[in-house]
Design a protein around this ligand. Structure first.
Ligand SMILES: Nc1ncnc2c1ncn2[C@@H]1O[C@H](COP(=O)(O)OP(=O)(O)O)[C@@H](O)[C@H]1O
Ligand SMILES: [Mg+2]
Length: 243
């Protein structure tokens, strides 16, 4: 039975979709069979980022309306073992009851299932995911984003859901200049347990144009560290300068 990850955030544009792809890449390169599910109804993007926008005909709504799961699962040309279910083209198409059944069955066929949610809190859909799912709230290292991540985390805790924080677009020099060099301070503010840091990276900023991720690049290494932590390994945070 596979692991279920749900990627969330308070604010939009903090890098959830990019992070979801990074995790897809990391787990796929560890030999796991990975399913990404784009949950951003009406505003989908993973099909474009993963270069299946020209071939995607079916989407999550077709599955929830009784279609075979496999019909709406697209292999991605970027990495073997990484599959995508595109989000519905229109909003309001995800029925919580059908979604819960789908999420339960998806984890039977994949090692990792990653749900890339839109920003904000969707109590009904979060509660529809399997109880053991790991919620990953993404924030960027600024006080507003972290405060919003804290709000999301409080809601997740109140629902008894398992949640962690990822700081995306981390820049060591800025963190020193604005004295957030102490990561504990960020964790305290967010009341979330830190799962990892992803550096600011030109490669990820330009990913929608290049569709490329260097296997040994800084971003790839950060995604792989996080994937291994999720997999239960004890991977320490490197020196902040080295992230
Ligand atoms: N680690 C990173 N380094 C640089 N740019 C990033 C990084 N992660 C995301 N971005 C950029 O941030 C923008 C928003 O990312 P996206 O994944 O679409 O956010 P969200 O899904 O939270 O709305 C995109 O332009 C993306 O390229
Ligand atoms: Mg997104």
């Amino acid at each position: 039975m596979g692991k279920v990850l749900a990627v969330t955030s308070g604010k939009g544009g903090v890098g959830k979709s990019t992070f979801s792809i990074g995790m897809g890449f990391a787990f796929a390169s560890m030999g796991k069979k990975v399913l990404l599910v784009d949950m951003d109804e009406g505003l989908r993007c993973l099909d474009l980022l993963l270069k299946i926008d020209k071939t995607a005909v079916f989407d999550l709504s077709d599955i929830l309306n009784g279609g075979e799961i496999e019909n709406a699962v697209y292999p991605t040309p970027l990495w073997e073992n990484l599959f995508l279910i595109p989000a519905p083209l229109k909003a309001g198409m995800i029925d919580a009851f059908e979604f819960a059944k789908f999420a339960d069955s998806a984890k039977e066929s994949y090692d990792i299932v990653i749900f890339d949610f839109p920003a904000g809190i969707d109590f009904t859909l979060y509660a529809s995911l399997p109880k053991e799912s790991l919620f990953i709230t993404v924030a960027v290292p600024d006080p507003i984003s972290i405060r919003d991540a804290a709000a999301v985390s409080q809601q997740l805790y109140s629902m008894n859901l398992n949640s962690r924080l990822v700081i995306n677009r981390f820049v060591y020099k800025q963190s020193r200049k604005y004295k957030v060099k102490n990561i504990d301070e960020i964790i305290d503010k967010s009341s979330l347990r830190l799962l990892g840091l992803v550096p600011e990276s030109d490669e990820m900023r330009l990913f929608s144009l290049s569709h490329k991720l260097k296997k040994r690049g800084k971003a790839a290494l950060a995604y792989k560290r996080i994937a291994r932590r999720i997999d239960g390994e004890n991977i320490l945070l490197p020196k902040l300068k080295k992230i």
